[in-house]
Design a protein around this ligand. Structure first.
Ligand SMILES: [Zn+2]
Length: 441
């Protein structure tokens, strides 16, 4: 940022609509000025600055750029338009190797970025790319995909900011402790963390409740309890705990795929025995069967959950058949997570479900069982403010305040106003780093 520009002129002025800043007071303003990719002023002060480009919001609503804190972009781009769960019938599902060449890998990323820009998504977490998947079936998660990311990153081709987690086991599968230990000793690639931040590692603890592979304390109706996926000479539990400890001691952010209460419990026990890390919080991905006590303990250690209400909606019946109605009634405790103050991000896990965050928030409202402005704002913060905290980037993104990056999503209607589906709200424009990356035709 050129300091001389700050405060005397702007590249861009947004005005003529409602600008929801999502700052700590929930301030709403009517103007915002940008210089060199940063917000330099809001409100009356912004309107006083001479600006090169002026965008009239025309009564629309601007919110901080949407951040999907768990989205497999490479896989999404390679599969699009095919999703695993969708309201539309999916006749044909792509199978086997989806990308083979460098050009195809870069093409998958570019396709995902095009789609995300259309959806107003300006940041996301790519949860798990690395050597553990070098022989993987799809070709979407191995070292070659990391190279495609680095290549496009260094060429300045990104239209979304990426937080990337390394993967030293297989996606949704087992991981060997020795391989994990070797992998984590490898240095992270050199990148500009504003665009591609390699913050940590993804560990798969267990499976999913509908397949009775979530590791649970209360047995499933068939008497089984699921099991841990990590493997090591001293057993699965030792391997799991050791992976978390190794990652934390290497300064890595730890994201654990954990759906069963026992997997979450062991994650908590390891972290509770260590000093708290507020830089980029460790977190549980999914957390389907987290107990009230575990949610409170997550908050106490500054950790949180990346949850997928849309997957819950798609799998509720299936999971209910396996777990029983009584148990399913307490699954996906989104309301409790939000009320507890534990860091909670609402994510898509695309291409499992659609990356369309408007549908995720509609599913969230259904899960909460209410629709009011306060709940809507809390949900919207879970796709903007909270993911920035999860990224360890809350000091420079996630809200529309002076000093933060100009990542902005412009919507046709105010998403905080209750009473209608978010899915019906059009996305007019997406701005990343002060630059329009999507303008609806
Ligand atoms: Zn995932």
């Amino acid at each position: 940022m050129k300091a001389t520009r700050f405060g005397d002129a702007a590249d861009l002025l947004l005005h003529g609509g409602r600008i929801r800043t999502f700052d700590p007071h929930g301030s709403v303003t009517d103007a915002l000025a940008v210089a060199d990719g940063r917000i330099v002023a809001v409100g009356a002060e912004a309107k006083r600055l001479p600006a090169t480009e002026v965008i009239d919001l025309d009564d629309r609503t601007a919110i901080p750029g949407v951040n999907d804190a768990h989205l497999h972009a490479a896989w999404l781009g390679a599969r699009w338009p095919h999703l695993f769960f969708s309201d539309a019938p999916q006749a044909h599902q792509p199978a086997g190797e989806l990308v083979r060449t460098d050009a195809e890998r870069r093409g998958a990323l570019r396709e995902a970025w095009r789609l995300l820009a259309e959806l107003g998504i300006t940041s996301y977490t790519e949860p798990g790319i690395g050597p553990g998947e070098d022989d993987g079936e799809t070709g979407c998660f191995g070292t070659a995909m990391l190279d495609a990311y680095l290549d496009l990153h260094r060429r300045g081709a990104q239209t979304a900011r990426v937080t990337l987690l390394r993967l030293f086991g297989t996606l949704d599968g087992s991981a060997d402790l020795d391989a994990f230990e070797r992998g984590i000793a490898e240095p992270r690639p050199e990148t500009d963390p504003r665009w591609l931040a390699v913050t940590g590692v993804k560990i798969f603890a267990d499976g999913i409740p509908p397949m009775t592979t979530a590791w649970v304390s209360e047995p499933y109706p068939d008497g089984s309890t699921g099991a841990l996926l990590p493997r090591g000479a001293e057993g699965a539990l030792h391997a799991y705990r050791r992976m978390i400890e190794l990652a934390v001691s290497h300064g890595e952010q730890v994201a654990v795929h954990a759906t069963g209460d026992r997997s979450i419990e062991e994650f908590l026990r390891v972290l509770e025995a260590r000093p708290r890390n507020d830089a980029a919080p460790h977190y549980v991905v999914h957390g389907d069967l987290a107990t009230p006590g575990q949610i409170a303990r997550m908050r106490a250690i500054g950790s949180g959950f990346a949850v997928q209400p849309l997957i819950a909606a798609h799998t509720r019946e299936w999971a209910g058949a396996q777990l029983g109605e009584e148990r399913i009634a307490t699954a996906w405790p989104l309301d409790r997570m939000l009320r507890s103050g534990a860091l909670t991000t609402i994510t898509s896990d695309a291409p499992i479900a659609t990356p369309d965050w408007r549908r995720s928030l509609d599913a969230s409202l259904a899960l909460l069982g209410r629709d009011d402005a306060e709940s809507r704002e809390a949900l919207l913060r879970s796709i903007t403010v909270s993911p920035a905290i999860q990224d360890g980037a809350a000091d420079w993104k996630g809200t529309l305040e002076a000093g933060k990056v100009a990542d902005i999503t412009v919507l046709d209607e105010d998403p905080v106003e209750p009473g209608r589906a978010l899915a019906g709200i059009g996305i007019a424009r997406t701005i990343v780093d002060g630059r329009t990356v999507h303008l609806r035709a």
